[in-house]
Design a protein around this ligand. Sequence first.
Ligand code: IPD
Ligand code: CA
Ligand code: CA
Length: 266
Amino acid sequence: MPFKLENFLNTAVEAVREAGRIQRERFGEAFKIEHKGEINLVTEVDYQCEKAIIDIIKRDYPEHEILTEEAGSVKTSSKSRYKWIIDPLDGTTNYAHSYPCFCASIGLEIDGEIVAGAVYNPMLDELFTSIKGEGAYLNEKRLMVSKVGDIGRGLLATGFPYDIRDSKENNLNHFCNFAVRAQAIRRPGSAVLDLCYLAAGRFDGFWELKLYPWDMAASSLIVKEAGGMITDFRGGNFSLYKGEMLATNGLIHEEMINILNLTTNN
Ligand code: IPD
Ligand code: CA
Ligand code: CA
């Protein structure tokens, strides 16, 4: 197959749609649920979606490396320039409780840079896609971040880490600081969708810590290609592998950095 980013994106789209089909079909059913930690769940459907996605990627690109939430790193015999980064079901807690807010996400990294991404929310039939340099889309519609320039009018989103009960770095300090300054905050339970919604102008800002590469791979590209800004909490370079992410429409970025640096974790 020739090296065309569009071909890679087509594979990602087919795979997230197939995962979405499974999620929708099994939504509300009685399926097996295991605990990865005290409050960190994994369902039978996470594994089923992961297998379906890996099968499609391997069918098209058997030599490429894969990094996926449940199976970890699927290495190839020789070192690959290509890495598919997969969250087969983002929003597992929601899914386990039949709360309809979840998606599947796939980002493709080439030589350490994300160049294509697809996210699918099967309950709303919303497909978010992006190719580096070519913009971000929701179904056929080009996406653009919001123009809200004041945090007091901004709708923010965040989430909490699974070690919230044991760690002082649990985001509650930041949540309190933003709660009294923003128009409102939402905690939908799918970081991937939060970021896609930021790209779509539905949210104006998002912050979270202790995220994983699969939460941010496709969604960070979608945000950037919709004109958004992404850094760490101090305004430094963002990395998929550092866990910390501040993403905004650009206009409220500095204000959010100032608020994130108001307190230490106490
Ligand atoms: C989680 C969700 C949640 C976020 C957590 C993630 P999962 O992913 O995105 O919104 O707050 O940090 O780990 O476990 O449902 O794939
Ligand atoms: Ca996730
Ligand atoms: Ca997941």
